[in-house]
Design a protein around this ligand. Structure first.
Ligand code: ADP
Ligand code: MG
Length: 388
């Protein structure tokens, strides 16, 4: 689950990490009221969406007067914003963060994540912050510093100091960085996070470090024990179809192709997408209906796939291990009748009771295209789309 910047900063503050004074606002008037409570005469108005890259998209504005605060907040609230990180999707700007404007001397990058190679919580830092860290990693890999935390010892202050000096910080800044890193490490562990990113972690002209941006991603598998985090969920920032899928316990991810896939098992779902690609097609989604697929879930899965008008054919690829193929066939028939599917449906069934399942499909009177195996099914799906 992703968090807004203002929520991330609240969590940082809860863990003793200093953040610039700021308040979230949902109307231009609230933004002005917020600015009045923030000392100084420079404010930053920041669109709250689940994506970075807002600066370049007009979602971060410096205001020098309260009138400018109102004007910028008004310009952002109620609009939709796409950035280079949203893959063409426009996210609703329902709130803005009004915070203290600061004078920046330099921008650093700091993140915490789980490194799967070393199986450790890892800090990644760079003195070249502010811009795309992927670009820095590509063009100047030596500018990226990595610290793998030993999971028995936990993060040690001396490791933070080493990292700080390697980034070229002064002794005072190294002390501030150590406090930030120890706080982040505790936050990361206690809240079961998957990613924390400070970009930028700024060096201000007065020499102090300041956390100017914060991104947090938490591990959904642990959400059952973090009611405080789930209370912060903003489903308006999430893909509508994926939200609906999660309500039915379906693992669904929207993709940009035109062949809808309905598969049981995550491994088979990935293999199906691969084979579609191999045959020259493009999957419209990843969908794992799960081992316990029944009629209701199959129907719901069809509805989800069909909610996108980009989908031109559906490839159902089911291996009946725990589930029975005849039951899946009944589900498919019911769903196709129920939902009124108008596009070609290609079905490959294999496993328990496969003959009974195939007979049901054949005798259903519906225009379902049977496939012998995964390759045959993918070929037929690609051909069905090409023929339209
Ligand atoms: P995004 O990553 O979505 O573009 P950021 O919060 O990183 O958004 O803001 C973009 C840029 O705006 C930062 O790199 C920084 O230069 C500037 N900025 C952000 N917050 C402040 C602030 N409080 N004071 C001054 N400048 C800021
Ligand atoms: Mg940023």
């Amino acid at each position: 689950m992703n968090f807004h910047e203002y929520q991330a900063k609240q969590l940082f503050a809860d863990y003793g990490i200093a953040v610039p004074t700021g308040r979230v606002a949902r109307t231009p008037e609230e933004a002005v009221d917020a600015a009045k409570t923030i000392p100084g005469d420079l404010w930053v108005i920041k669109a709250q969406i689940h994506a970075g890259g807002r600066g370049k998209a007009g979602g971060v504005k410096l205001a020098k007067t309260l009138d400018e605060v109102r004007e910028y907040a008004k310009g952002m609230l109620g609009t939709r914003m796409a950035t280079y990180q949203t893959a063409g999707v426009e996210l609703p700007v329902d709130s803005v963060l009004v915070c203290e404007g600061t004078d920046i001397a330099k921008e650093l990058y700091l993140s915490v994540l789980v490194d799967r190679d070393t199986k450790s919580i890892t800090f990644i830092a760079s003195a070249e912050g502010g811009m795309d860290i992927e670009q820095v990693a590509h063009e100047k890999p030596e500018a990226i510093k990595t610290l793998h935390v030993n999971y028995v010892q936990g993060l040690q202050p001396f490791e933070c100091r080493d990292l700080g000096f390697a980034l070229g910080l002064t002794a005072k800044q190294v002390g501030q960085l150590t406090k930030i890193m120890l706080g982040l490490y505790r936050l990361f562990n206690e809240k079961d996070l998957a990613l924390v990113e400070l970009n930028p972690l700024a060096i201000l002209t007065d020499g102090n470090l300041a956390v100017l941006d914060g991104k947090i991603n938490s591990d959904d598998n642990a959400s059952f024990r973090h009611a405080d985090l789930t209370a912060m969920r903003d489903i308006r920032q999430e893909d509508e179809t994926e939200v609906r899928a999660s309500q039915y316990d379906l693992n669904y991810v929207t993709m940009d192709g035109n062949i809808g896939c309905m598969v049981n098992g995550a491994g088979l779902a990935m293999a199906t997408m691969d084979v579609i690609k191999l045959e020259g097609g493009a999957p419209a989604n990843f969908l794992d209906v799960g081992g316990g697929a029944n009629k209701e879930r199959v129907t719901e899965a069809f509805k989800l796939i069909l909610s996108s008008d980009k989908v031109k054919a559906i490839f159902v690829n089911i291996f009946g291990g725990i589930v029975r193929c005849d039951m899946i066939a009944e589900g498919i028939i019911a769903a196709v009748k129920d939902v009124g599917v108008q596009i070609p449906v290609i079905v490959r069934l294999e496993g328990t009771n496969v003959e009974a399942g195939k007979d049901l499909l054949k005798n259903s009177g519906l225009a379902i295209i049977p496939a012998d195996d995964i390759n045959d099914g993918a070929k037929k799906a690609v051909a069905a789309v090409a023929g339209q």
